[in-house]
Design a binder for this molecule. Structure first.
Ligand code: HEC
Ligand code: HEC
Ligand code: HEC
Ligand code: HEC
Ligand code: HEC
Length: 176
């Protein structure tokens, strides 16, 4: 009798956990994410979400007070010690790819109530500060092409690949 009751309780808890995570995260937590909304000089990033979660355990290291994790960054804790979880989870849902465009500035100006963090970093900076900052600390890859391959546009702008300057012609020695 006790064992059955226990099983039912476990099943109930399991169902509740599944319900909570499906409510919070919609279709669940993706294992791999292609991060490619601003690609221009580099191809998108094939981000292994699952392996990062396994290695790091703490969602809040990347998702500041959005996944139920309480914020721990000492700078943010000054004001957000008791802040609840935010509904938007993806970085690109809050960090604009064009933070200084006229449209973005107008949107922020006209928002009611006004957005407190109007000056928050743009999307590229959010990814780079977030990803590369931790990689430096933990000795993970930091080479530009470790995360994203440079594409044809990038080769053009950085004068590399087939756009690399030809080896300089042998200098003529001048006779005076
Ligand atoms: C730890 C991973 C990581 C490293 C290392 C990294 N980046 Fe990025 N970078 C990203 C992510 C993620 C994006 C966002 C990609 C997107 O949404 O299209 C991005 C976007 C960019 C963009 C804007 C999009 C584009 O294609 O033009 C540029 C430029 C860029 N990175 C340059 C660099 C350079 C230069 C380096 C080396 C000094 C570097 N990155 C190192 C992760 C990284
Ligand atoms: C190493 C950093 C990192 C960790 C740790 C991490 N995530 Fe993420 N997660 C990301 C990035 C980056 C994205 C893609 C964001 C974007 O598209 O701008 C993402 C996307 C998501 C999404 C999809 C959001 C959407 O609207 O598309 C969910 C859900 C999510 N993460 C939940 C979690 C949960 C739950 C944990 C902890 C168990 C976790 N993540 C741990 C970096 C991380
Ligand atoms: C000086 C006080 C202060 C500091 C420091 C601070 N915040 Fe805030 N933050 C606020 C206030 C005030 C609001 C608006 C009211 C609210 O939503 O709680 C806010 C709102 C937010 C929101 C809601 C959505 C949005 O875009 O406005 C997020 C997310 C957030 N803060 C993240 C952070 C993070 C991450 C840090 C640290 C890097 C941080 N905050 C540091 C005061 C602060
Ligand atoms: C709910 C909105 C929201 C989401 C989602 C969000 N951020 Fe932020 N983020 C903020 C706000 C607001 C600030 C500005 C806090 C401040 O200026 O003090 C901030 C600041 C930052 C900073 C600068 C921190 C510092 O010390 O100045 C980085 C880096 C960052 N976010 C990365 C990310 C990454 C990576 C993701 C996705 C995994 C993400 N953010 C998702 C709202 C969000
Ligand atoms: C809080 C720390 C932390 C953050 C934030 C973080 N990483 Fe990592 N990342 C690691 C560690 C640690 C490893 C090395 C894991 C290993 O060697 O198995 C790693 C490995 C990687 C690798 C190489 C192996 C693999 O899993 O494919 C890539 C690519 C990568 N990260 C991309 C990213 C991108 C893109 C972001 C931002 C969206 C990011 N990381 C954010 C800690 C972090």
């Amino acid at each position: 009798m006790h064992a059955v009751k226990q099983q039912m309780v476990m099943a109930l808890i399991g169902a509740m956990v599944m319900l909570v995570s499906s409510v919070c995260f919609g279709s669940g937590i993706p294992d791999r994410i292609t991060i490619n909304s601003i690609q221009q000089y580099y191809a998108g990033v094939d981000f292994n979400h699952a392996s990062h979660i396994n290695n790091l355990k703490d969602c809040g290291l990347c998702h500041h007070h959005t996944t139920g994790a309480q914020i721990t960054d000492p700078n943010c804790v000054r004001c957000h010690k008791n802040s609840g979880a935010q509904a938007v989870v993806s970085c690109k849902g809050c960090h604009s790819p064009t933070p200084f465009s006229p449209e973005e500035l107008k949107l922020q100006r006209d928002q009611h109530p006004p957005i407190y963090h109007m000056d928050k970093v743009g999307l590229k900076a959010a990814y780079h500060l977030g990803c590369v900052g931790c990689h430096k600390k933990m000795g993970a890859p930091t080479g530009c092409q470790d995360c994203h391959k440079r594409n044809e546009n990038g080769d053009g702008i950085f004068h590399s690949g087939k756009y690399a300057p030809k080896a300089p012609a042998k200098q003529k020695t001048s006779h005076h």
